[in-house]
Design a protein. Structure first.
Length: 242
């Protein structure tokens, strides 16, 4: 009996609550109508914003792919005589190609700078400037990417920056940059490659004793590396090269 009474009381409370809710809704009919309209408008706006963002990402990716196609396009001299001509762009000179690529990447960065494609475009724009021998411009762009901290793009920029120093004849800065990368256990790119690059930079600068030590370091610290055998060979050669 008590159980039945308790259940009846609960039903009465529920019915009473529903009656109060219906009465409140009747008194606030206009406010509810406006509220529902606002919710519908907000939902539509959110859907439109999500669609816009997705479309912007697709546009950015397409623009980056187009710029990369230019960056990787062949030169006329690279096409074998009598060979089939590629369907895409072919450039007469490397300068023409990299100027066109740099402009394309910088355009992607301007339009989509807040997206991942924009950051990657900034990196490739710097590489294009490097290929053009415009070291100051390349260094500026790479330092801006490097300043973002950790991650793939900043690490790519660190290695490319070391290459800027190498190509521009700043051997000490190049070796320091390569070694700094190689000593970072949290680096997102192979550290053995960076250390091998430091050794090669030293050898190219005819600093053979330092190069030999760097090659040995590669073989000792990264014995399973794809560079280990070549590093040992170069170290042995330099030991007898006088």
């Amino acid at each position: 009996m008590k159980k039945e009474l308790k259940e009846e009381m609960q039903r009465d409370e529920l019915a009473s609550g529903l009656e109060h809710l219906v009465a409140w809704a009747a008194r606030h009919r206009d406010e509810l109508r406006i509220g529902m309209l606002v919710l519908v408008v907000l939902a539509g706006a959110l859907l439109a914003l999500a669609h816009f963002r997705e479309e912007r990402v697709r546009e950015a990716d397409r623009a980056l792919r187009d710029a990369l196609t230019t960056f990787e396009a062949p030169l006329s001299a690279e096409i074998p005589a009598g060979g089939e001509r590629p369907t895409g762009a072919v450039f007469a000179t490397a300068e023409e190609k990299y100027k066109t690529a740099a402009a394309a990447f910088e355009g992607v960065e301007r339009r989509y700078g807040s997206q991942a494609a924009g950051l990657r475009a900034k990196y490739f724009a710097a590489l294009s400037r490097l290929e053009l021998g415009q070291y100051a411009e390349a260094e500026k762009g790479l330092k801006e990417i490097q300043a973002r901290g950790a991650g793939l793009e900043p690490d790519l920029a660190r290695l490319a920056l070391a290459d800027v120093y190498r190509r521009s004849g700043q051997t000490d800065k190049a070796v320091e940059a390569f070694r700094s990368f190689a000593s970072n256990p949290s680096a997102s790119l192979p550290r053995d490659h960076a250390l091998m690059s430091a050794a090669r930079t030293l050898e190219d600068a005819s600093r053979f004793a330092e190069a030999r030590a760097a090659y040995r370091q590669v073989a000792e610290e990264f014995p399973a590396s794809v560079f280990a055998a070549a590093a040992r060979t170069r170290a042995d050669y330099l030991a007898t090269a006088g």
